[in-house]
Design a protein. Structure first.
Lengths: 94, 238
């Protein structure tokens, strides 16, 4: 018998398809999203962060601590977004 | 918003200064945008090399056109082509309009404070034009810092707006060379303070220019007591 499969919690989960509508909000304009830096904890819109576009790829740094928030690189025509430095992104007015 | 590349055609051009010109582009579909947004242009060389650059939209011309003003950079890879070579009827790949933070619409609260360094005036001009077209009652001040009189973009139109629209005050500050009888010199903190709404008016502030210009002016305004949360900035590459 598979424990995980019959765990009560397991009956309640959906799948990522159901997030499609909610995540659409993050697609319309991500630069307006309020980004919290995983390094120093400060927040600012992505549009106010510091972009280094002459690096191999695009590197976006925190305007407070200059730690790397995210990197966007082109790898053989595929766009790869690395978001290690982001704790969270918030969409919507306060 | 369009997320994919589409092909636009140059429908007209006009010079703004000896080193800058306005390009009117016609898109295949209806285009709607917000003042302050930009588009990405993609150019492909014969050998397949591609270059992508962002340019602020200076004017929206419904239903299908928009205008960009491009200044030629000495070491530019793309701007000399856009300013000196591209002709009416030529095609370009365009993505956008994009961007949602450095934008202003007439329903935004408070007076509108615009501060431009050089070609940073382009997205602010889109805001000013939108303000005029909407016959907005929002008071506006534009401080435009520029090297010399012959480097001023939209000179005639700014003069008309400044004279005819009582809601708009325009100050041009000359850093190297000024018209007769006026001082020239680096923009100072005092001059910026004098050309801006006071913090008590809680203006929405938009600053666009080179990285150094934007950071210096934004820091002065915060020092003056403006809420950093009401200051929006856009830096362009030099």
């Amino acid at each position: 018998m598979d424990d995980t499969r019959h765990h009560p919690l397991d009956q309640e989960h959906l799948d990522g398809n159901a997030l499609a509508g909610a995540l659409e909000q993050f697609v319309s304009d991500l630069t307006s999203a309020e980004c919290t830096c995983a390094g120093c904890g400060s927040s600012a819109p992505l549009a106010a962060a510091l972009l280094y576009a002459k690096a191999p790829g695009m590197v976006l740094r925190c305007p407070t601590c200059t730690g790397v928030l995210l990197c966007l690189t082109d790898q053989g025509g595929r766009q790869v977004l690395t978001v290690d430095g982001v704790r969270h992104l918030v969409i919507g007015k306060p | 918003m369009r997320r994919s590349w589409q092909t636009a055609e140059v429908s007209s051009t006009r010079p703004e200064t000896a080193r800058a010109r306005t390009l009117r582009l016609r898109l295949p579909d209806v285009v709607t945008g917000v003042p302050g947004q930009h588009v990405d242009l993609r150019l492909t060389a014969e050998d397949g090399y591609q270059a992508v650059r962002s340019y602020s939209v200076a004017a929206w011309v419904p239903p299908r056109e928009l205008e960009l003003t491009v200044e030629e950079l000495d070491d530019g890879e793309v701007s000399p082509f856009l300013v000196g070579v591209l002709s009416v009827g030529d095609q370009l790949e365009v993505r956008g309009p994009v961007g949602g933070w450095f934008t202003w619409t007439p329903d935004r609260a408070g007076p509108l404070q615009l501060i431009a360094g050089g070609s940073g005036v382009v997205p602010l001009m889109a805001m000013l034009r939108s303000h005029s077209e909407a016959r907005s009652a929002v008071p506006v001040r534009l401080l435009y810092s520029v090297r010399s009189p012959d480097a001023v973009f939209y000179r005639g139109e700014l003069a008309v707006i400044g004279q005819e629209n009582t809601q708009v005050m325009i100050d041009i500050a000359y850093s190297r060379e000024a018209p007769d009888g006026r001082p020239a010199g680096r923009l100072t903190h005092e001059a910026v303070t004098a050309s801006c709404f006071p913090p008590s008016d809680a203006p929405s502030v938009y600053i666009c220019g080179s990285t150094g210009f934007v950071e210096t002016v934004a820091a002065w305004l915060v020092e003056d007591g403006h809420d950093a949360g009401r200051i929006r900035t856009e830096r362009y590459g030099g």
